[in-house]
Ligand binder design. Sequence first.
Ligand code: NCD
Length: 314
Amino acid sequence: MSRHLLSISDLGADRIEAILDLSEKFAEVGQRKIPRVPALRGKTVAWLFYEDSTRTRLSFETAAKRLSADTMNFSVSTSSVNKGESLRDTVETIDAMGIDAIVVRHGCAGVPHQVGGWIDASVINAGDGWHEHPTQALLDLYTARTRLGDLAGKKVTIVGDIRHSRVARSNVLGFSAVGASVTLVAPGPLLPPSLEGWPVSVSHDLDATLADTDICYLLRMQQERQKRALVPSLREFRATYGIDARRADLLGDDALIMHPGPMNRGVEIDGDVADRPNAVITEQVANGVAVRMAVLFLLLGSGLDQLDDQMAAA
Ligand code: NCD
Protein backbone atom coordinates (compact mmCIF):
# COMPACT_ATOMS: atom_id res chain seq x y z
CA MET A 1 0.00 0.00 0.00
CA SER A 2 1.29 3.50 -0.75
CA ARG A 3 2.17 5.84 2.12
CA HIS A 4 -1.16 7.66 1.91
CA LEU A 5 -4.84 6.81 1.41
CA LEU A 6 -6.23 9.65 -0.69
CA SER A 7 -8.62 7.93 -3.10
CA ILE A 8 -10.24 4.56 -3.58
CA SER A 9 -8.50 4.54 -6.95
CA ASP A 10 -5.18 4.20 -5.04
CA LEU A 11 -6.36 0.65 -4.30
CA GLY A 12 -7.20 -2.12 -6.76
CA ALA A 13 -9.73 -4.89 -6.09
CA ASP A 14 -7.01 -7.02 -4.42
CA ARG A 15 -6.03 -4.31 -1.95
CA ILE A 16 -9.64 -3.53 -1.18
CA GLU A 17 -10.28 -7.22 -0.43
CA ALA A 18 -7.11 -7.34 1.71
CA ILE A 19 -8.31 -4.35 3.76
CA LEU A 20 -11.75 -5.94 4.22
CA ASP A 21 -10.16 -9.25 5.32
CA LEU A 22 -7.98 -7.42 7.83
CA SER A 23 -11.01 -5.44 9.06
CA GLU A 24 -12.67 -8.74 9.92
CA LYS A 25 -9.71 -9.54 12.18
CA PHE A 26 -9.88 -6.15 13.87
CA ALA A 27 -13.66 -6.37 14.33
CA GLU A 28 -12.94 -9.21 16.76
CA VAL A 29 -10.81 -6.86 18.89
CA GLY A 30 -13.88 -4.67 19.37
CA GLN A 31 -15.71 -7.64 20.96
CA ARG A 32 -13.02 -8.18 23.61
CA LYS A 33 -13.44 -7.16 27.23
CA ILE A 34 -10.47 -4.84 26.81
CA PRO A 35 -10.72 -3.82 23.14
CA ARG A 36 -7.10 -2.89 22.63
CA VAL A 37 -4.05 -4.41 20.95
CA PRO A 38 -0.51 -2.98 20.98
CA ALA A 39 -0.09 -2.98 17.19
CA LEU A 40 0.57 0.78 16.88
CA ARG A 41 2.17 1.43 20.25
CA GLY A 42 4.57 4.39 19.94
CA LYS A 43 2.85 5.78 16.83
CA THR A 44 1.05 9.14 16.85
CA VAL A 45 -2.02 9.93 14.77
CA ALA A 46 -3.28 13.52 14.43
CA TRP A 47 -6.56 14.89 13.08
CA LEU A 48 -6.99 17.99 11.00
CA PHE A 49 -10.72 18.54 10.47
CA TYR A 50 -11.71 21.79 8.78
CA GLU A 51 -15.31 20.54 8.43
CA ASP A 52 -17.83 19.22 10.93
CA SER A 53 -17.85 15.53 11.71
CA THR A 54 -19.37 13.19 14.25
CA ARG A 55 -18.88 9.67 12.95
CA THR A 56 -15.67 9.89 10.99
CA ARG A 57 -13.69 11.70 13.64
CA LEU A 58 -14.86 9.55 16.57
CA SER A 59 -14.35 6.44 14.50
CA PHE A 60 -10.73 7.27 13.60
CA GLU A 61 -10.04 8.22 17.21
CA THR A 62 -11.50 4.96 18.52
CA ALA A 63 -9.59 2.98 15.86
CA ALA A 64 -6.27 4.62 16.76
CA LYS A 65 -6.84 4.05 20.49
CA ARG A 66 -7.79 0.39 19.99
CA LEU A 67 -4.43 -0.01 18.26
CA SER A 68 -2.68 1.73 21.22
CA ALA A 69 -1.53 4.70 19.13
CA ASP A 70 -1.23 8.14 20.73
CA THR A 71 -3.67 10.67 19.33
CA MET A 72 -3.30 14.38 18.81
CA ASN A 73 -6.56 16.24 18.58
CA PHE A 74 -6.83 19.45 16.67
CA SER A 75 -9.94 21.55 16.48
CA VAL A 76 -9.94 24.28 13.85
CA SER A 77 -12.47 26.33 15.82
CA THR A 78 -10.14 26.71 18.81
CA SER A 79 -6.83 26.89 16.92
CA SER A 80 -4.58 29.57 15.47
CA VAL A 81 -6.38 29.10 12.14
CA ASN A 82 -8.69 31.74 13.62
CA LYS A 83 -5.65 34.04 13.88
CA GLY A 84 -4.99 33.70 10.17
CA GLU A 85 -2.52 30.79 10.18
CA SER A 86 -2.31 29.16 6.77
CA LEU A 87 -3.06 25.51 6.06
CA ARG A 88 0.59 24.81 5.31
CA ASP A 89 1.90 26.46 8.50
CA THR A 90 -0.77 24.62 10.52
CA VAL A 91 0.21 21.28 9.01
CA GLU A 92 3.94 21.90 9.49
CA THR A 93 3.32 22.91 13.12
CA ILE A 94 1.48 19.68 13.85
CA ASP A 95 4.12 17.68 11.99
CA ALA A 96 6.94 19.32 13.96
CA MET A 97 5.60 17.69 17.14
CA GLY A 98 6.26 14.28 15.63
CA ILE A 99 3.39 12.47 14.01
CA ASP A 100 3.17 9.30 11.96
CA ALA A 101 -0.19 9.92 10.29
CA ILE A 102 -2.61 12.77 9.84
CA VAL A 103 -6.29 12.33 9.07
CA VAL A 104 -7.50 15.30 7.01
CA ARG A 105 -11.00 16.60 6.26
CA HIS A 106 -11.36 19.80 4.30
CA GLY A 107 -14.00 21.56 2.24
CA CYS A 108 -11.71 21.76 -0.81
CA ALA A 109 -11.00 18.83 -3.09
CA GLY A 110 -7.30 17.96 -3.25
CA VAL A 111 -6.23 19.29 0.18
CA PRO A 112 -5.18 15.86 1.56
CA HIS A 113 -3.07 15.34 -1.57
CA GLN A 114 -1.46 18.75 -1.05
CA VAL A 115 -0.77 17.99 2.63
CA GLY A 116 0.95 14.74 1.58
CA GLY A 117 3.45 16.81 -0.40
CA TRP A 118 4.44 18.90 2.63
CA ILE A 119 5.21 16.27 5.28
CA ASP A 120 6.65 12.77 5.65
CA ALA A 121 3.75 11.42 7.71
CA SER A 122 1.01 9.32 6.09
CA VAL A 123 -2.07 11.24 5.05
CA ILE A 124 -5.56 9.74 5.16
CA ASN A 125 -8.33 11.53 3.33
CA ALA A 126 -11.37 11.78 5.63
CA GLY A 127 -13.37 13.73 3.05
CA ASP A 128 -12.21 16.49 0.68
CA GLY A 129 -14.93 18.69 -0.73
CA TRP A 130 -17.05 16.86 -3.27
CA HIS A 131 -14.14 14.65 -4.23
CA GLU A 132 -13.64 11.51 -2.12
CA HIS A 133 -14.09 9.84 1.24
CA PRO A 134 -12.24 6.55 0.80
CA THR A 135 -12.60 5.07 4.30
CA GLN A 136 -16.38 5.60 4.12
CA ALA A 137 -16.47 3.52 0.93
CA LEU A 138 -14.30 0.82 2.53
CA LEU A 139 -16.59 0.55 5.56
CA ASP A 140 -19.61 0.44 3.24
CA LEU A 141 -18.02 -2.36 1.20
CA TYR A 142 -17.17 -4.21 4.41
CA THR A 143 -20.73 -3.85 5.74
CA ALA A 144 -22.27 -4.97 2.44
CA ARG A 145 -19.87 -7.92 2.14
CA THR A 146 -20.55 -9.02 5.72
CA ARG A 147 -24.31 -9.09 5.01
CA LEU A 148 -24.43 -10.25 1.39
CA GLY A 149 -21.17 -12.16 0.80
CA ASP A 150 -19.26 -11.68 -2.46
CA LEU A 151 -20.25 -8.34 -4.00
CA ALA A 152 -19.44 -9.27 -7.62
CA GLY A 153 -22.62 -8.95 -9.69
CA LYS A 154 -24.55 -7.18 -6.94
CA LYS A 155 -26.70 -4.19 -7.93
CA VAL A 156 -26.16 -0.95 -6.04
CA THR A 157 -28.54 2.00 -6.37
CA ILE A 158 -27.32 5.35 -5.04
CA VAL A 159 -30.16 7.85 -4.51
CA GLY A 160 -30.09 11.55 -3.63
CA ASP A 161 -27.64 14.43 -3.80
CA ILE A 162 -24.90 12.68 -5.76
CA ARG A 163 -23.48 15.87 -7.22
CA HIS A 164 -22.15 17.16 -3.89
CA SER A 165 -21.26 13.78 -2.45
CA ARG A 166 -17.69 12.61 -1.96
CA VAL A 167 -19.21 9.45 -0.49
CA ALA A 168 -20.93 8.74 -3.82
CA ARG A 169 -17.68 9.19 -5.76
CA SER A 170 -15.71 6.85 -3.50
CA ASN A 171 -18.52 4.30 -3.44
CA VAL A 172 -18.92 4.27 -7.22
CA LEU A 173 -15.20 3.51 -7.49
CA GLY A 174 -15.26 0.99 -4.64
CA PHE A 175 -18.34 -0.99 -5.60
CA SER A 176 -17.34 -1.14 -9.25
CA ALA A 177 -13.79 -2.24 -8.33
CA VAL A 178 -15.23 -5.34 -6.61
CA GLY A 179 -17.51 -6.14 -9.56
CA ALA A 180 -20.84 -4.66 -8.42
CA SER A 181 -22.85 -2.48 -10.82
CA VAL A 182 -23.97 0.99 -9.77
CA THR A 183 -27.06 2.92 -10.82
CA LEU A 184 -27.51 6.56 -9.84
CA VAL A 185 -31.01 7.95 -9.24
CA ALA A 186 -31.37 11.71 -8.75
CA PRO A 187 -32.97 14.74 -10.34
CA GLY A 188 -30.74 16.25 -13.06
CA PRO A 189 -29.44 19.15 -10.92
CA LEU A 190 -28.28 16.69 -8.24
CA LEU A 191 -26.25 14.60 -10.69
CA PRO A 192 -22.64 15.59 -11.44
CA PRO A 193 -22.38 17.97 -14.44
CA SER A 194 -20.60 15.22 -16.40
CA LEU A 195 -20.62 11.48 -15.83
CA GLU A 196 -18.03 10.80 -18.49
CA GLY A 197 -15.77 8.02 -17.30
CA TRP A 198 -18.02 7.08 -14.38
CA PRO A 199 -18.73 3.33 -14.40
CA VAL A 200 -22.45 3.88 -13.70
CA SER A 201 -25.86 3.95 -15.31
CA VAL A 202 -28.49 6.56 -14.51
CA SER A 203 -32.19 6.02 -13.94
CA HIS A 204 -34.97 8.46 -13.24
CA ASP A 205 -37.45 5.71 -12.36
CA LEU A 206 -36.76 5.04 -8.70
CA ASP A 207 -39.57 2.51 -8.13
CA ALA A 208 -38.52 0.28 -11.05
CA THR A 209 -34.86 0.45 -10.02
CA LEU A 210 -35.58 -0.46 -6.38
CA ALA A 211 -37.28 -3.68 -7.44
CA ASP A 212 -33.96 -4.81 -8.93
CA THR A 213 -31.55 -3.59 -6.23
CA ASP A 214 -29.38 -5.44 -3.70
CA ILE A 215 -28.08 -2.31 -1.97
CA CYS A 216 -30.05 0.91 -1.78
CA TYR A 217 -27.62 3.65 -0.74
CA LEU A 218 -29.18 6.97 0.33
CA LEU A 219 -27.57 10.39 0.51
CA ARG A 220 -28.82 13.47 2.30
CA MET A 221 -29.31 16.83 0.58
CA GLN A 222 -25.97 18.53 1.26
CA GLN A 223 -27.42 22.00 1.41
CA GLU A 224 -24.27 23.50 2.95
CA ARG A 225 -22.55 22.71 -0.38
CA GLN A 226 -25.33 24.00 -2.63
CA LYS A 227 -24.90 27.60 -3.73
CA ARG A 228 -28.57 27.86 -4.71
CA ALA A 229 -31.66 25.70 -4.32
CA LEU A 230 -31.41 22.78 -6.75
CA VAL A 231 -34.81 21.23 -6.10
CA PRO A 232 -38.11 23.09 -5.71
CA SER A 233 -38.52 22.01 -2.07
CA LEU A 234 -37.47 19.27 0.32
CA ARG A 235 -41.10 18.11 0.35
CA GLU A 236 -41.04 17.56 -3.38
CA PHE A 237 -37.65 15.87 -3.19
CA ARG A 238 -39.01 13.53 -0.52
CA ALA A 239 -42.09 12.70 -2.61
CA THR A 240 -40.04 11.85 -5.71
CA TYR A 241 -36.79 10.45 -4.29
CA GLY A 242 -37.30 9.79 -0.56
CA ILE A 243 -37.50 6.21 0.69
CA ASP A 244 -40.75 5.79 2.57
CA ALA A 245 -42.38 2.51 3.67
CA ARG A 246 -44.01 1.93 0.26
CA ARG A 247 -40.72 2.31 -1.60
CA ALA A 248 -38.80 0.27 0.96
CA ASP A 249 -41.32 -2.55 0.38
CA LEU A 250 -40.34 -2.61 -3.31
CA LEU A 251 -36.89 -3.85 -2.28
CA GLY A 252 -36.29 -7.61 -2.09
CA ASP A 253 -36.25 -9.21 1.37
CA ASP A 254 -32.45 -9.43 1.48
CA ALA A 255 -31.74 -6.00 0.02
CA LEU A 256 -29.85 -3.59 2.27
CA ILE A 257 -30.63 0.05 3.00
CA MET A 258 -27.45 2.01 3.65
CA HIS A 259 -26.70 5.64 4.54
CA PRO A 260 -23.37 7.25 5.48
CA GLY A 261 -25.00 9.60 8.00
CA PRO A 262 -25.91 12.16 9.04
CA MET A 263 -29.48 11.19 8.14
CA ASN A 264 -32.27 13.68 7.66
CA ARG A 265 -35.18 11.51 8.74
CA GLY A 266 -38.33 12.41 6.89
CA VAL A 267 -36.42 13.72 3.85
CA GLU A 268 -34.28 11.13 2.02
CA ILE A 269 -35.33 8.36 4.43
CA ASP A 270 -38.42 7.94 6.58
CA GLY A 271 -37.83 7.33 10.27
CA ASP A 272 -39.41 3.87 10.35
CA VAL A 273 -37.45 2.78 7.25
CA ALA A 274 -34.17 3.75 8.94
CA ASP A 275 -35.10 1.46 11.84
CA ARG A 276 -35.93 -1.63 9.75
CA PRO A 277 -33.75 -4.72 10.21
CA ASN A 278 -32.40 -4.48 6.64
CA ALA A 279 -31.29 -0.86 7.25
CA VAL A 280 -27.67 -1.32 8.33
CA ILE A 281 -26.85 2.29 9.15
CA THR A 282 -25.60 1.71 12.69
CA GLU A 283 -23.74 -1.40 11.51
CA GLN A 284 -21.90 0.85 9.05
CA VAL A 285 -20.85 3.07 11.95
CA ALA A 286 -19.72 0.12 14.08
CA ASN A 287 -17.79 -1.42 11.18
CA GLY A 288 -16.09 1.90 10.49
CA VAL A 289 -13.88 1.43 13.55
CA ALA A 290 -12.56 -1.98 12.42
CA VAL A 291 -12.02 -0.77 8.85
CA ARG A 292 -10.10 2.32 10.02
CA MET A 293 -8.00 0.10 12.31
CA ALA A 294 -7.12 -1.93 9.21
CA VAL A 295 -6.21 1.19 7.21
CA LEU A 296 -4.10 2.65 10.05
CA PHE A 297 -2.35 -0.68 10.58
CA LEU A 298 -1.54 -1.12 6.88
CA LEU A 299 -0.11 2.41 6.71
CA LEU A 300 1.76 2.46 10.03
CA GLY A 301 2.05 -1.09 11.34
CA SER A 302 5.08 -3.33 11.44
CA GLY A 303 3.72 -5.78 8.87
CA LEU A 304 1.12 -8.51 8.67
CA ASP A 305 3.57 -11.26 9.72
CA GLN A 306 3.81 -9.72 13.19
CA LEU A 307 0.12 -9.03 13.57
CA ASP A 308 -0.90 -12.38 15.09
CA ASP A 309 1.56 -11.91 17.99
CA GLN A 310 0.33 -8.35 18.47
CA MET A 311 -3.29 -9.52 18.46
CA ALA A 312 -2.46 -12.00 21.22
CA ALA A 313 -0.64 -9.44 23.39
CA ALA A 314 -2.52 -7.25 25.83
C1 NCD B 1 -20.49 12.19 4.98
C2 NCD B 1 -19.44 13.24 4.72
O1 NCD B 1 -19.14 14.06 5.57
O2 NCD B 1 -18.90 13.18 3.65
N1 NCD B 1 -20.63 11.77 6.27
C3 NCD B 1 -19.73 10.85 6.79
O3 NCD B 1 -18.55 11.06 6.78
N2 NCD B 1 -20.24 9.72 7.30
C4 NCD B 1 -21.75 12.43 4.26
C5 NCD B 1 -22.50 13.71 4.48
O4 NCD B 1 -21.99 14.69 4.99
O5 NCD B 1 -23.66 13.72 4.07
